[in-house]
Ligand binder design. Sequence first.
Ligand SMILES: Cc1cc2nc3c(=O)[nH]c(=O)nc-3n(C[C@H](O)[C@H](O)[C@H](O)COP(=O)(O)O)c2cc1C
Length: 340
Amino acid sequence: MSTDSISDLAEPVRDADRLARLTWYAAMARWAPSKHNSQPWCFVIRDGGIEFSTDSRHALPATDPLGRERILALGAAVHVATVAMRSRGWKPTLLTLPNGSVRLAEGASREVGDDERSLRREITRRRTDRGPLDAARLPAAVPFLLQSAAKECGVTLRLVTSAGDRKSLAALVERADRILVRRGTVDDELQPWLREPGDPRADGVPSSHTRGPAASYRAVFVQRDFSTGTSRPSQDRPEPDDPLVGVLCTSGDTTSDWLAAGRGLAAVLLRASVNGANASYLNQPVELPALRAELQSDLLLPGPAQLVLRIGMGGTVDAPPRRALVDVLTYGSDAAPAPD
Ligand SMILES: Cc1cc2nc3c(=O)[nH]c(=O)nc-3n(C[C@H](O)[C@H](O)[C@H](O)COP(=O)(O)O)c2cc1C
């Protein structure tokens, strides 16, 4: 075999080990969070890397007309894949392609530390937890660690800690929630994504992950009402519902800001999970432009709010469904996996 043909064989995607690793990163990326568990993404392995794109077949046009939250979910999937890649000893290299897709490839090899292994373990363990969340039992360093995780992705997690700011935020969330419920568009769009026990579909929010309206409206911070006949009762855990609350902000409001916010979201959630904490969302004011602007000015945020998170020690939540890898991943012609 000539040297040339050996180097041909060493081309990234013909390298079976690398192809297997890329496939595994893509499999891990599916565990990223997405609105209503819509999983609005598709992945292509080609030219030695993975290309991540949004999939408009899973769009939510009524509540996400610009596709902002779809791109947030894509950013989260990209970040999860980078965590998987780091845990296998490779530095991730990221490139945004002219068509808006994000290409992830392996850079230099590196030592794998305990922290990388811990973060990787949380990829499939992390859960959105809409039950009571208690900030008082969080390890003391967690607020700082969460803010650092966001900062590493170029976004800001503004923690809302003073009594006055928490009150303003709670009032804004409640006002937004009431407007959205009255409009009905959110509920209309949400209904098709709620899943009763035994539903075989690989997306959507299981009703066991939701809480009844009493839970939503009795809490200081009103959560979106996802309840169905089989939702959990309002208070199914004895612990207090007193979460740490934070707003994830970006400097601008472009698609690259949304991608960064999605990466920051996944980084914050995985860091929280490493510390035993769960999180969920209070995004209602972000979905209404006037209230989103009010949120930014009331809390003196450094830029547009992308997501509002509640974080704390929660309970056990079953794994929500995910699409099979074959339904989200394809291979470019240079990267077909070897036949068995
Ligand atoms: C951009 C974005 C917006 C979301 N908005 C909400 C929300 O408003 N309310 C909520 O309860 N969950 C929200 N979620 C969480 C998803 O419902 C959750 O990620 C999905 O059901 C999958 O569950 P998992 O996070 O436990 O894997 C959001 C997630 C993302 C990425």
